[in-house]
Ligand binder design. Structure first.
Ligand SMILES: O=c1ccn([C@H]2C[C@H](O)[C@@H](COP(=O)(O)OP(=O)(O)OP(=O)(O)O)O2)c(=O)[nH]1
Ligand SMILES: [Mg+2]
Length: 156
């Protein structure tokens, strides 16, 4: 059964920075991909030793529409094959951020991993954001869960 879905999403303006004159724009690898792949913009390859992290430039800055964020998430292939993931996953790109989008990679694998210019290092997901008014309260309403958490359910 095919389910119709709205073709239009958000439009994100992307600017190539000085260090990203040939930087690839985020790109969806398949029709249904939720994440658009993000590539490294490097003058020279970068080696991540086991346990090492690096803030990897993309050469891109973005202008997100109001009410949206861009999440930076790991690529599962890179994580499964080489142990490289996004340390602060999901990284948050705020809609008012105009600086370079950077990806905080960490090598949790046992071998050094080389990252080269143009390598797809992470993926970005555009998501709507709900902002809240945080109001101070003297007491909170009751609930069945109450203060239980951190593995409280399913125990006798
Ligand atoms: O993986 C990331 C995470 C953040 N940013 C940029 C965009 C984001 O809008 C800004 C701030 O991110 P965040 O709020 O996570 O960091 P912070 O440590 O709270 O810094 P700030 O005080 O600038 O908000 O840094 C990136 O380029 N990559
Ligand atoms: Mg912040």
């Amino acid at each position: 059964m095919s389910v119709s879905r709205s073709p239009e999403g958000a439009t994100v303006r992307v600017m190539r920075l000085e260090n990203g004159q040939d930087a690839k724009l985020p790109s969806y690898a398949s029709e249904g991909a939720a994440g658009a792949d993000l590539s490294a913009a490097l003058v020279a390859p970068l080696t991540l030793e086991p346990g090492e992290r690096a803030l990897v430039p993309t050469g891109l800055a973005v202008e997100l529409p109001d009410g949206f964020e861009m999440q930076i998430r790991p690529r599962s292939g890179l994580a499964a094959r080489q142990g490289v993931t996004v340390l602060n996953s999901p990284g948050t790109i705020d809609s008012d951020y105009r600086g370079e989008v950077k990806v905080l990679l960490i090598n949790l694998g046992a071998e050094p991993v080389m990252i080269s210019h143009g390598d797809r290092i992470a993926q970005v997901v555009i998501a709507p954001v709900t902002r809240a008014a945080f109001t101070l309260a003297e007491a909170l309403s009751g609930s069945v869960r109450g203060e239980g958490g951190f593995g409280s359910t399913g125990q006798n």
